[in-house]
Design a protein around this ligand. Structure first.
Ligand SMILES: Cc1ncc(COP(=O)(O)O)c(C=O)c1O
Length: 353
């Protein structure tokens, strides 16, 4: 077995070691039943409690009441770019979107196929290095859509606007990383493969009473109401991804829940941003006030040091530090499972450059 790396990958990404251990045991022998998790029916008495608890734990962690439903679907966050307009946008309606980068733009592109979409704010003018703030959304819109954390650029919404319509948020890259009043949102979705679990499922948290108001004919798989009626088992769910997500959320709950994770995440981000600001070899990409606690984007001030720096962090056992190709430079993703010791290793390498 290789030496465990310091994994700064943006996603799929690091998960707690305990989750890898338990998930691999379940593949060989699930709960001691003499069968693999992968070879039993999703409707068996062994799997149904996994789905039930995976749904229940999300509401406990987010402090949400029974007016919300939790679903584990497939198709990633990208399918939510389509399901949201299908379920919430009326045929003659319009929706307001905030454009904070590639993923937000993709959501806008999909929604435009189905309705009237207004981009109420965009930071495209400065390469998505900040979060637009001066905009308002009135009740003429069916809903407002935003992206809480912009994985590629390393920007994060520190607060959310009061809007006069439904509030929908793509929280793919900062779900369960910080305390928020989740009851202020009507629909939240997040691809699991960052803070929640492996790739293969997308979490949807939806307020039940917002559904059933569109006048569209919704194809079965795209219909939230149908998934709710079938208790997130309309078709075969991604059993492994759901189980591993449950293990990750149980690990989070056992370790102090979202509040404790937020404290650890803030400490990690401070350690790294302080070095970026102090060390003349580096500069941050995102505007300071909008810096993400999850994805830290930065670059060298002198590009001629690239080869040396790249060799140094690789030698230190660091993985996944290259920035997204559209931004360049470096990106350190500090998801929940990344220990502060890994951040210290990176900071030490930066100091030694
Ligand atoms: C904020 C955000 N939204 C959406 C996506 C797309 O997710 P998926 O690959 O699950 O479709 C990503 C992927 O990284 C993301 O970071």
């Amino acid at each position: 077995m290789g030496t465990k790396k310091h994994n700064f990958s943006a996603g799929p990404c690091i998960l707690p070691q305990e989750v890898f251990q338990k998930a691999s045991e379940a593949i060989l022998d699930f709960n001691g039943i003499g069968l693999s998790l992968l070879e039993i029916s999703h409707r068996s008495k062994d799997f149904v409690p996994v789905m039930d608890e995976a749904r229940a734990i999300v509401k406990r962690l987010m402090n949400l009441d029974d007016s919300y439903e939790v679903l584990y679907l497939q198709g990633g966050a990208s399918l939510q770019f389509i399901m949201v307009p299908f379920n919430l946008l009326t045929k003659t309606g319009k929706a307001a979107y905030l454009d904070t980068g590639t993923w937000a733009s993709n959501a806008i592109k999909e929604a435009k196929r189905w309705g009237n979409i207004d981009v109420v704010g965009s930071s495209a003018d400065e390469k998505y290095s900040y979060i637009p703030k001066d905009y308002s959304v009135d009740s003429s819109y069916d809903y407002f859509h935003c992206t809480s954390n912009n994985t590629i650029y390393g920007t994060q919404m520190k607060s959310f606007p009061e809007v006069d319509t439904l509030k929908v948020c793509d929280m793919s890259s900062d779900i369960f990383s910080r305390q928020l009043d989740f009851s202020k949102f009507d629909l939240i979705y997040a691809g699991a493969q960052k803070n929640m679990g492996p790739a293969g499922t997308v979490l949807v948290v939806v307020k039940k009473d917002i559904l059933g108001k569109t006048n569209r004919d919704i194809p079965a798989y795209l219909d939230y109401a149908l998934h709710i009626k079938k208790e997130s088992m309309f078709n075969t769910p991604p059993v492994f991804a759901v189980y591993a997500s449950l293990l990750t959320l149980q690990h989070l709950e056992k370790n102090g829940g979202i509040a404790a994770a937020e404290e650890r995440n803030n400490a990690k981000a401070k350690l790294l941003y302080d070095e970026i600001d102090y060390n003349p070899n580096f500069e941050g990409f995102a505007k300071k006030e909008d810096r993400s606690v999850m994805n830290v984007s930065f670059r060298l001030t002198d590009k001629s040091k690239k080869e040396k720096f790249d060799q140094m962090w690789k030698d230190a056992g660091i993985n996944g530090l290259n920035g997204h190709r559209s931004v360049g430079g470096y990106r350190a993703s500090l998801y929940n499972a990344l220990p502060i010791e890994s951040v210290q290793v990176l900071v030490d390498v930066m100091k030694a450059l």
